[in-house]
Ligand binder design. Sequence first.
Ligand code: SAM
Length: 289
Amino acid sequence: MEPGPKGVLYLCATPIGNLEDITLRVLRVLKEVDLIAAEDTRYTRKLLSHYDIHTPLTSYHEHNRHRKGEYLLERLLAGQNVALVSDAGTPGVSDPGEELVRAALEQGITVVPLPGPSALLPAITVSGLPSGRFVFEGFLPKKNKERQTRLSLLAGETRTIVLYEAPHRLLKTLDQFLNVLGDRRACAARELTKRFEEIHRGTISQLRDYFSANPPRGEFVLVIEGKTGAGEDSGTGREWNFLAPEEHVELLTREGLHPNEAIKKVARLRNIPRRDLYKLMNKEKTKKT
Ligand code: SAM
């Protein structure tokens, strides 16, 4: 017997706070599918009961994504339609949805995105910072060294920088940005679309001072101005401080400098002999091959 048609995986964007922020199409699909896979079933249950939707619900989150991912794929391959929702916003943006999408595509399953809320765009548009070109960093790495490297890589970024941050790490992150990028304009968008929504605009140091006096609570998106002006001396002038010399060369190359020029510049800035840098770069290359 020929296998029947496969089901469809619908990526349904749901509210990031205000329950009215949901599209008519998402409501219809949530009613019509065979199964809803939700990152946080408690939160989604509230949403479904608000809209009188009684579709079966199952969990799909960081900790069960392998086992549950396989189960969802089996259902899809058997012809059932599945709606994926994250605990808030668009599934696949900084949540495990990304993995299920990849696995479904590998199995030839159709994936349909249903656009709607995400914390990212409202934060950028309300920030007052340039929104035409921006770079989304998701969550910064938790480990200190990896964080510092990521921050250093962002130091030369001219686009507006947007990232998600947990409240207990917000002050530390602002401090680190201040050290590495200098005191730029920034915006902390808190509890977007919720009752206690607050948009704080100022410089990074002003935000840091504010949140030192008023401990951050709730959910945050941070928006930071990209590097303005040219030359290695804008910002703190030592944005590369946390990079290993070879990473510093790679950064400059990514920014468009010829590798030899990058090596020359790093040698001069760090006061290290060029031949040592060449040796380091060769070692790095051998490691990668
Ligand atoms: N998939 C979601 C989206 O499309 O925005 C993001 C999921 S990520 C696990 C959750 C993070 O998004 C939070 O830690 C916070 O940084 C940000 N976030 C979610 N809702 C928010 C809100 N109402 N206000 C501010 N930030 C929010």
